[in-house]
Design a protein around this ligand. Structure first.
Ligand SMILES: C[S@@+](CC[C@H](N)C(=O)[O-])C[C@H]1O[C@@H](n2cnc3c(N)ncnc32)[C@H](O)[C@@H]1O
Length: 220
């Protein structure tokens, strides 16, 4: 029997919390347990680094397969050998999939274990994936990217950090490049406003449930 958290009901295992981070908050407002989930989520934010480090040490491939929306994007994406930045890459489920399409991926995460596992998996298949152990709120990378992916990481940051990180990568995207966001639907109005106020024009290519995929238009 699971221990009972006197404030929020049954305590969740770290694996259940990850599943929540990945999936449940897409439908956050419609869940009858939304309030409990919300509190648990914020309680868990106090030890994000420890949580993921522990999870990744316990099991490989904690996050499962890439979301179908993200996989479909890369099935249809025609550019060859694209430069891709994966912020909050975790164990690299997206990074490995993208590199299998022939792209060059840099994956950044605070979890040393996650980054090392991603690099090991990439090495086994001779894929172009480089890992960086860093906090994305302070990480500043040079160069530009065809695609920047933020898969279920922005909601873990403070709101001002979400805006800072998104604004920074918007400047790093090449013209014609993409930013792919998977996050809580309730955060999407903020992201849309950041794109609308950017110095370049951005077009939405997917805006559904927890997904917001934007393309940076070519200058006129
Ligand atoms: C829900 S997991 C998603 C992992 C991966 N994007 C995926 O979809 O498989 C969130 C990841 O974000 C990372 N993370 C959270 N805050 C971070 C930060 N400030 N800087 C870098 N990584 C961070 C965590 O370590 C964790 O690996």
């Amino acid at each position: 029997m699971r221990p009972i958290n006197p404030l929020y009901g049954p305590a969740w295992t770290s694996f259940e919390l990850l599943r929540y981070d990945l999936h449940s908050s897409f439908d956050h407002q419609s869940s009858p347990l939304a309030h409990t989930h919300f509190l648990l989520h914020h309680e868990s934010m106090m030890s994000q680094d420890d949580k993921y480090e522990k999870l990744y040490q316990e099991a490989r491939n904690c996050c499962g397969e890439p979301f179908p929306e993200i996989a479909a994007f890369f099935e249809a994406y025609e550019k060859e050998g694209a430069q891709i930045l994966d912020l909050g890459c975790g164990q690299g489920r997206d990074a490995i999939m993208m590199a299998r399409h022939g792209h060059n991926v840099i994956g950044v995460d605070t979890s040393e274990t996650g980054v090392h596992q991603m690099e090991e998996d990439a090495k086994r298949e001779d894929l172009q994936v480089r890992g960086v152990i860093a906090d994305i709120t302070s990480f500043e990378i040079g160069g530009g990217f065809d695609v920047v992916i933020l898969d279920r990481v922005l909601h873990m940051l403070a709101e001002e950090d979400r805006i800072t990180v998104l604004s920074r990568v918007m400047r790093r995207a090449f013209q014609g490049g993409f930013i792919l966001i998977a996050d809580m639907p309730s955060n999407k109005p903020t992201y849309r406003a950041v794109f609308a106020n950017g110095s370049s024009h951005w077009t939405s290519v997917l805006d559904r449930r927890g997904f917001l995929f934007m393309r940076k238009d070519f200058a006129n």
